[in-house]
Design a protein. Structure first.
Length: 109
């Protein structure tokens, strides 16, 4: 009986570890905007997706990737005013969704 409780406890602990998302780090970015989309979410609220160009290096090869920076709620109006070619200066929270890195904009600077 004690063994079954121990196995159940381990199973619950593993389930919690899988179900709880990792806490993402916040950082300041200062990146060029290469794309912009304004659209409604499934609830009808407007959001803005800015694509920002990030330079990365892999095995000594430098390249640029487009990373989505998402604006929701109170930062939507400020994000709408930004245009392609400008620089996004913001405090963001890093996240990974379906294997792709992205940012949630917390505050525009």
């Amino acid at each position: 009986m004690l063994r079954h409780k121990w196995i159940l406890g381990v199973a619950v602990l593993l389930a919690i570890m899988v179900a709880v998302p990792a806490i993402a780090a916040e950082k300041v970015i200062n990146l060029p905007i290469t794309g912009k989309v304004i659209a409604p979410d499934r609830n009808g609220n407007t959001y803005v997706r800015l694509i920002v160009g990030e330079k990365r290096v892999l095995n000594g090869v430098e390249y640029e990737v487009g990373t989505a920076a998402m604006a929701f709620g109170p930062v939507v109006e400020g994000a709408k005013a930004l245009e392609v070619g400008q620089t996004l200066k913001a405090i963001v929270q890093e996240r990974t969704y379906q294997g792709r890195d992205s940012y949630t904009i917390l505050k525009l600077l």
